[in-house]
Design a protein around this ligand. Structure first.
Ligand SMILES: Cc1ncc(COP(=O)(O)O)c(C=O)c1O
Length: 282
């Protein structure tokens, strides 16, 4: 498949980035992942706005949204009709310059811009039916995780730790309170109230989190954006992850403790609502 790199569409095998790219050297860049359902970008405007906030936060210039949209449509056009779901990846780094911590001199390098679209497999129904297992890990990430940077090593290590323990993913815990998972936000429901961590600098404010909050409000479900502890989470009626490719994924157990409902009715309802919003269901 073709990818887009620095203004050109090139075959994936020929897309090369310099050894001096600041993304490679310093993880000095930001990214977005957008779900493509039946050739349509899900919540494009929200993703573009978040990309703009991430770029501004690391002092990179804004990107031209209509140009990104044009590129995205061209990449999506390469998908075969049988590929009902795909992901669009966008990465912008501070460009290429001989290694030095300080920013390159103004005007010395354009940002590196990479975009690709790849097919994804829908989450199997049995995974939603059975729910997933999670472990908890200390949230030792930096204090600006609201910026969607490509510096994801703590997330990578936490996910790997979960896999090594036979779990699906890890939940970050900071000062006794649940923040989020390695690539998803986390919700719990108790006595009809839906809880998720507030959008502070300690979580990545997920687009799916935002959509799920809207879907819950449309169903008159009371939402409480208050931090909760692991003990409260384990005692919840149900809990689930939300994310671009994760969608709404029920949690069955945490650190080996089974939740009351491994695949709760609220999660299933919200997943159905999400699919409806994505144009997958009538
Ligand atoms: C750390 C983290 N939290 C939450 C999310 C969920 O965000 P979104 O719903 O925008 O995919 C992600 C997505 O990659 C993430 O990496």
């Amino acid at each position: 498949m073709q990818v887009y790199l620095n203004g050109k569409f090139v075959p994936e095998s020929q897309a090369m980035v310099s050894i001096d790219d600041r993304g490679f050297l310093f993880a000095d860049g930001v990214y977005e992942v957008i779900h493509v359902y039946r050739q349509k970008l899900f919540e494009w405007d929200l993703h573009l706005a978040r990309l703009g906030r991430s770029l501004a936060a690391i002092q990179l210039p804004a990107v031209d949204g209509s140009e990104l949209s044009r590129v995205a449509q061209q990449l999506i056009g390469e998908l075969g009709p049988e590929q009902s779901e795909a992901s669009l990846y966008i990465e912008v780094t501070r460009g290429t310059h001989r290694r030095s911590h300080g920013f390159p001199p103004p005007g010395s390098t354009p940002p590196t811009v990479l975009m690709w679209v790849r097919p994804v497999n829908p989450i199997p129904e049995e995974t939603v039916d059975h729910g997933i297992s999670m472990i908890t890990v200390p949230d030792d990430r930096w204090a600006q995780v609201w910026i969607k940077t490509i510096g994801l090593l703590p997330n990578v290590l936490a996910k790997e730790k979960a896999h090594q323990k036979g779990a699906f993913d890890a939940i970050f815990v900071r000062d006794g309170m649940v923040t989020e998972a390695t690539s998803a936000n986390i919700f719990m429901a108790k006595d009809g109230v839906l809880y998720t961590a507030p959008a502070t600098n300690y979580i990545l404010p997920g687009i799916t989190r935002h959509v799920v909050l809207e879907l819950a409000q449309a169903r008159n479900i009371t939402v409480n954006l208050t931090p909760f502890s692991v003990d409260q989470l384990v005692m919840a009626d149900e809990a689930f992850l939300t994310g671009t490719l994760t969608e709404v994924l029920p949690i069955a157990s945490i650190d080996g403790y089974p939740l009351k409902s491994p695949s709760g009715p609220l999660a299933r309802q919200l997943l159905q609502d999400l699919h409806e919003r994505a144009g997958l269901q009538p």
